[in-house]
Design a protein around this ligand. Structure first.
Ligand code: SAJ
Length: 417
């Protein structure tokens, strides 16, 4: 009998997982609290730019539920959590999405179900959030199973590697739990890495993203330092990357965004403080990535006039994604919207509109020679692949390039920082 797989949370992780589990002929039961998303999916319409309607066509529209129908979770053999785990204002991990969702389904949980948490959490969270409660109703490892397996979806499909070929970290509360999870995930993922504990797997995930935060912060910090020496950071990176070992290049940026890199490492920093381990490195990296946004704003201000008409190219948090969470480009755009009011616009084909303090600001509908020429300054904040960089180069009066797209072009009307 085919296992029924329940997926809680239909974001870029949950939908990616659902598509790939469905491809392996399992029944999927999908749950989300966003009614618009549910209605889109039921109509066969992708709710996220990164999936086409064809991609989601495989999903069984009958088994898509709003979380007010969570009692259907009782029909599932496996329950996979793919919910957001943001930070609270005080940089404390916010586990409420997981906690609320788990509480709402708890009374419908059945014997022999397997619960897999894919949401990024601090070390110990899976045990605290799920195990503690489950113990009251089940004997974990005997008649209920629990696993942690961090998501490794790369939004914007930055790499060619197929989702199911990305090695999957897998851990279990007990060996039985690990075996149960392995039985399912080995049918979906080609390469499973069995971790020795829930906490180790939680830590592995955070290490991966802390590695990025620290290195992106490093390159942005060196960008600001090299600028004081009138050196070009992109040329410095070009030189350093000739080293065939012991160096991994990262790209300078106007700051980091997204809901992984600015967030996940702070779970580690928070946990460190809980354990009286005074983390300095992660905190400093976090601060640098806030500083570089302000630094970029200051540099732009120095290179524009009050009457300038300005166009921002790109508003999302990174190349080829439509997500604006924590976007540095958006933070910078907001600043200039306040200063220059109607003299500033943005064009981002992946983000049709933004809500700025209740004011809906639409993206320009298109970009052409005439439109580019009509602006005094063009600020390149996100390096989307879809942009016609030749046209931008030829048609813009002045380009402020914060992504190094034009790093090799020496023209007096191009500023790099
Ligand atoms: N960024 C830089 N310089 C870089 C790389 C990124 O400034 O060299 C900026 C981006 O513009 C963005 C932010 O950092 O604003 C985060 O970028 P990211 O490439 O790390 O992308 P994310 O946030 O989508 O991270 C996700 C993570 N995936 C998971 O957590 C499963 C991360 O581990 C992946 O490495 C990353 O995708 C990826 O490589 O696509």
């Amino acid at each position: 009998m085919k296992s029924k797989i329940g997926i809680i949370g239909l974001g870029y992780v949950g939908i990616e997982l659902a598509i790939n589990i469905k491809k392996k002929k399992f029944d999927v039961y999908l749950f989300d609290k966003d009614l618009n998303k549910i209605n889109d999916l039921k109509k066969g319409k992708s709710p996220l730019n990164i999936f086409t309607n064809k991609d989601i066509g495989i999903l069984d529209r009958a088994n898509i539920f709003h979380t007010n129908q969570i009692h259907n979770i009782g029909k599932c053999d496996v329950i996979i959590f793919c919910l957001p785990t943001p930070l609270m204002k005080n940089n404390k991990p916010d586990m409420t999405f997981l906690e609320k969702s788990f509480s709402s389904m708890f009374k419908y949980l059945k014997k022999n179900q397997l619960l897999i948490n894919e949401s990024t959490v601090y070390p110990g969270a899976t045990r605290e959030i799920f195990v503690k409660k489950l113990r009251k109703k089940f004997s974990i490892g005997k008649n209920f199973y629990i696993s942690f397996s961090p998501e490794r979806v790369s939004p914007g499909k930055t790499y060619s590697i197929k989702f199911t070929n990305v090695p999957k970290i897998l851990s279990g509360y007990s060996n039985n739990c690990l075996d149960r999870a392995y039985k399912l995930y080995s049918k979906i993922f080609s390469n499973i890495y069995k971790s020795s504990s829930l906490e180790e797997a939680e830590f592995i995930k955070l290490y991966e993203n802390t590695f990025r935060l620290v290195n992106i912060s490093l390159v942005n910090s060196l960008k600001m330092l090299s600028d004081k020496l009138n050196l070009k950071i992109f040329k410095i990176i070009d030189g350093a990357r000739t080293k065939p070992y012991g160096f991994i290049p990262f790209s300078p940026s106007p700051g980091i965004g997204g809901h992984c890199i600015p967030i996940d490492p702070m779970f580690l920093s928070w946990k460190a403080n809980q354990l009286n381990f005074n983390d300095k490195l992660i905190k400093s990296a976090y601060v640098v990535n806030q500083q570089v946004v302000d630094w970029t704003i200051k540099k732009i201000k120095k290179n524009i006039n009050k009457k300038d008409k300005i166009l921002f190219l790109g508003i999302s948090y990174k190349k080829d994604v439509d997500d604006i969470r924590e976007s540095a480009a958006l933070k910078i755009f907001k600043e200039f919207k306040i200063i220059l009011k109607n003299n500033v616009d943005y064009y981002d084909p992946l983000v049709s509109r933004i809500n700025l303090n209740k004011e809906i600001i639409p993206s320009l509908k298109k970009l052409n020679y005439k439109i580019l020429k009509s602006y005094d300054k063009i600020i390149l904040t996100v390096d989307h692949s879809i942009f016609n960089y030749n046209m931008i180069l030829k048609s813009s009066k002045v380009i402020i390039d914060t992504r190094g797209i034009f790093k090799d072009i020496k023209k007096s009307n191009i500023y790099h920082f």
